[in-house]
Design a protein around this ligand. Structure first.
Ligand SMILES: [Zn+2]
Length: 164
């Protein structure tokens, strides 16, 4: 018995009709996406993609961190990526709270001090997106042939708005 029984049961049903066996793991649509962990974002479906089409890297805020750059460089050189979308979203917790506010909320939930925990927040979401797009475009291992775009996803309409 496990706390994960419901999910394991769903997984067995998934495996009954599993058809991705033997798949090579490349991004068959040539897409890589960096976006937020937010559960309102359905990254494949919002772009009309399906399993096998894209490499997806998620973190709070959809930021281009050093780990995101590692993923994108691997995607571009080994996994067939030729277009990169950076996609933060409206009403994101890391863009609507200060770090102090997040530490306070987490501390209240945890019942212990959380003031030591870093929570990288964004004061100007569009400006931060511009910096993130530039980090990818200017990376020495991302060739100019790779298209890099910055988009803001509206969690209330489902629309992507291109900013960069
Ligand atoms: Zn978010």
């Amino acid at each position: 018995m496990s706390d994960f029984d419901d999910l394991l049961q769903a997984n067995r049903a998934f495996a009954d009709t599993f058809d991705l066996g033997g798949f090579d793991g490349k991004a068959h649509a040539g897409i890589a996406l960096v976006t937020c962990m937010d559960s309102r974002i359905d990254p494949l479906r919002m772009l009309g993609l399906t399993a096998g089409d894209a490499k997806i890297f998620r973190n709070p805020g959809g930021r281009v961190t050093p780990q995101a750059l590692e993923a994108l460089v691997l995607g571009v050189h080994l996994l067939k990526v030729n277009r990169v979308l950076i996609v933060p979203h409206t009403r994101c917790a890391v863009a609507t709270n200060t770090e102090a506010e997040l530490r306070e909320k987490v501390g209240a939930s945890a019942g212990i001090d959380a003031s030591w925990q870093p929570f990288p927040v964004v004061a100007d979401q569009v400006a931060a997106l511009g910096e993130d797009v530039q980090k990818v475009r200017s990376h020495p291992l991302v060739p100019d042939s790779v298209e890099v775009g910055g988009f803001l996803y509206d969690v209330d309409t489902g629309l992507l708005g291109q900013q960069y």
